[in-house]
Design a protein around this ligand. Structure first.
Ligand SMILES: NC(=O)c1ccc[n+]([C@@H]2O[C@H](COP(=O)([O-])OP(=O)(O)OC[C@H]3O[C@@H](n4cnc5c(N)ncnc54)[C@H](OP(=O)(O)O)[C@@H]3O)[C@@H](O)[C@H]2O)c1
Length: 279
């Protein structure tokens, strides 16, 4: 998809963080943007920002865990724009906590509902109205390929997102519709704001987060170049390669990342920490 002028891009979780940045990035490229998230007020604010760029925009307050709301979202996008060229499945939540913590089962259930079942429902509803050369972008995480301690509930779901994307891509092969799965490392958004620095997974302690805008650039580039999978930053591949060779090596790298000099050596630390970056 070389140009996004007048393409219709639907972004879930567009009220803040990565989703907002993705919506703005596509609007900058001349796309028409449909915004979905629960918070109507924040969504209206992003709608105003996109209007100010001179782009066409439609905000549809949506809880992706509600099948009725998801159906209404896809209908609203189709009524207004006739179809969808790029679907960015980005809405999601993340909880930090050990597997023996009292809230772990609920954390898994809540995250599955918002981040995976919501994605599946939006995708299945949108499939009939995707244009023939459309792209589905699914937001996973580096945690969708390698898990860190205290992040099990999130990583279980992100692995599910990776598997869903892999299956969808193969089922759509030959249809003209592409599937891109994005695996960002820690990003400076509100996702983990409720966790104190001590509660975060230890490898995050000294990690310098990506910005939401970094991830948005990666998403636009993935769609433009038809990339099946994007790991951000590229240096995070050292962790994934280690894990692919053996879980022992993957665990060694994960443990070593909680030491500042190692995180620096691997190029994953050097600026602000997560809590410094989100202020
Ligand atoms: N931050 C990271 O370190 C990181 C790294 C890799 C991947 N990711 C993934 O990136 C995606 C975006 O996260 P973020 O970092 O931008 O976090 P964020 O700032 O907390 O944004 C999450 C977005 O999802 C929306 N959302 C949550 N539950 C929803 C629901 N049930 N229905 C509709 N919208 C819902 C939120 O809006 P409302 O509250 O208004 O609904 C918000 O717009 C997530 O899927 C996350 O797993 C994040």
């Amino acid at each position: 998809m070389p140009s996004f002028t007048d393409k219709v891009v639907l972004v879930t979780g567009a009220s803040r963080g990565i989703g907002r940045a993705v919506a703005l990035a596509f609007a900058h490229e001349g796309a028409r943007v449909v915004l979905a998230a629960r918070s109507a007020e924040r969504l209206a604010q992003v709608e105003r920002e996109i209007h100010a760029l001179g782009a066409e925009v439609l905000a549809v307050p949506t809880d992706v865990t509600s099948p009725e709301a998801v159906a209404a979202l896809v209908d609203a996008a189709t009524d207004r724009f006739g179809g969808i060229d790029v679907l960015v499945n980005n809405a999601g939540i993340g909880k930090v906590g050990r597997i023996d913590s009292p809230t772990f089962p609920d954390d898994v259930r809540d995250t599955l509902r918002a981040s995976l079942f919501g994605m599946i429902d939006v995708t299945r509803r949108a499939l009939p109205v995707l244009r023939p050369d459309a792209t589905v972008v699914n937001m996973s995480s580096v945690m969708g390929r390698k898990t860190f301690a205290r992040f099990g509930s999130y990583a279980i779901v992100m692995h599910g997102v990776s598997a869903f994307s892999d299956s969808l891509r193969q089922e759509l092969a030959g249809s003209g519709i592409r599937v891109s799965v994005i695996h960002p490392a820690l990003t400076a958004t509100d996702l983990l704001r409720d966790a104190t620095p001590d509660e975060l997974p230890p490898p995050f302690r000294y990690m310098t987060p990506l910005s939401a805008e970094d991830v948005a650039r990666g998403v636009v580039d993935a769609v433009r170049r038809g990339k099946r999978r994007v790991v951000m930053p590229r240096r995070a591949n050292s962790l994934l390669l280690g894990e692919a060779l053996s879980p022992r090596i993957g665990d060694l790298i994960a443990t070593a990342l909680s030491k500042r000099p190692v995180a620096r050596l691997l190029g994953l630390s050097g600026g602000q920490t997560y809590h410094q970056a989100i202020g």
